[in-house]
Design a protein around this ligand. Sequence first.
Ligand code: NAP
Length: 240
Amino acid sequence: MSDTTYALVTGANKGIGFEIAAGLGALGHIVGVGARNDQRREDAVAKLRAAGVDAFGVPLDVTDDASVTAAAALIEGRAGRLDVLVNNAGVIAGIWPDSPTAVTPAILQSVIDTNVLGVVRVTNAMLPLLRRSAHPRIVNQSSHLGSLTLTVQQDFGPASGAYTPSKTFLNALTVQYAKELNDTNIKINISCPGYVATDLNGFQGTSTPTDGAQIAIKLATLPDDGPTGGMFDADGIVPW
Ligand code: NAP
């Protein structure tokens, strides 16, 4: 088996996803830059290549079944397998704060479509390719906000009826994937990047996308005796 490793990062055109792609590329992975907008994707690929990363563009809208199927076909044609999948693409609701009493079913549906169903679409489409890898790793990008334990213990600001529950849903789903995949060599874990200055929060976050990317990069490159089915931040285990 060759030493070449192929990674796909969803929502890699900016923010934390871009820095995950850059970090994995710096470690020698060939990186598929999953992004839905052609121009933003091409710009990101060009920027990564200028930094020495072996990057290629993967047109990918995680809410669109056909787009996800085409992305899997593109990676199969180019690489024949996938070693690392980072499900990073995510959105907040169109209103903020997205209080439970203000959230409509349509708003909730659209957040879930990206943050939860998007992960299911992409993961299930990529699993046949991941199963061909010697050391497959899946990382789902969640948030400390998605931890029920932390949410009841700490003041995370205004109540959220869409974004925060979507990450809790994602956490629950990840645990079930880990159970199903437990007797395979696929490791699937959740990363919590911290409060990072990106478009998502109007650049209010207190850390940089480069710092926020580190835990996902670590989980994407776990050794074979590393954990699976866990939730982690830069300091270690995050409680459910
Ligand atoms: P960001 O800068 O807004 O980046 C979000 C990325 O997701 C963009 O590349 C965006 O693409 C992409 N995306 C959204 N919907 C998509 C879709 N349907 N298909 C494909 N790509 C899509 O935000 P970020 O802070 O880096 O967020 C990255 C992840 O980290 C998210 O899952 C977020 O929930 C999580 N997170 C962030 C923080 C934080 O403090 N920033 C904290 C905890 C967790 P476009 O450019 O096309 O919109």
